[in-house]
Design a protein around this ligand. Sequence first.
Ligand SMILES: [Zn+2]
Ligand SMILES: [Zn+2]
Length: 176
Amino acid sequence: MIVDLQNISRSPRQFDLTFQPDWWREGSGDIQIGGLEGPLGVKLTVSRDGERFIMNGRLGGQLRLVCDRCLETYAFSLSHDFRLSLALPESWESIEDETELKIEDLGVGFISTTKIDLDDIIREQIYLALPIKALCENTCAGLCSRCGVNLNQEPCRCSGNSGHPAFLKLKELPIR
Ligand SMILES: [Zn+2]
Ligand SMILES: [Zn+2]
């Protein structure tokens, strides 16, 4: 969805959007995201502050993520707030004069045109909201590094007689 910031004034403009699961297009870097589990709700407020455009947003919904340990997909509840400050490069100088701060210290994002694509911004925010480690459960047992079975679903097939000979003796000890 394209929004022209040119039409945004000081009084905030509200957007209340819902993205259906088919909105998610697979990108090249999507090793972690398997898509949307259900509709994604997006609330946005956009206003102008001098030469800057301020965007406040809230994302809510469920993503399908790939577990880092067992590689199965699972539902992840996404709840993410963000705030962006955007400006055209030609207005950076006047912003710095006005605020007496460097543009980089203001955290102003670069836009090349006032016509911005909300889909791109929301997509980027989804990536920023991802957990550092995606786990289906904190207790996920993962995959066996030898036979590759999902240890959450079945016992490992190679735990019998394999292993380094030095450790085989240990296996004979009674387990208390
Ligand atoms: Zn897992
Ligand atoms: Zn195994």
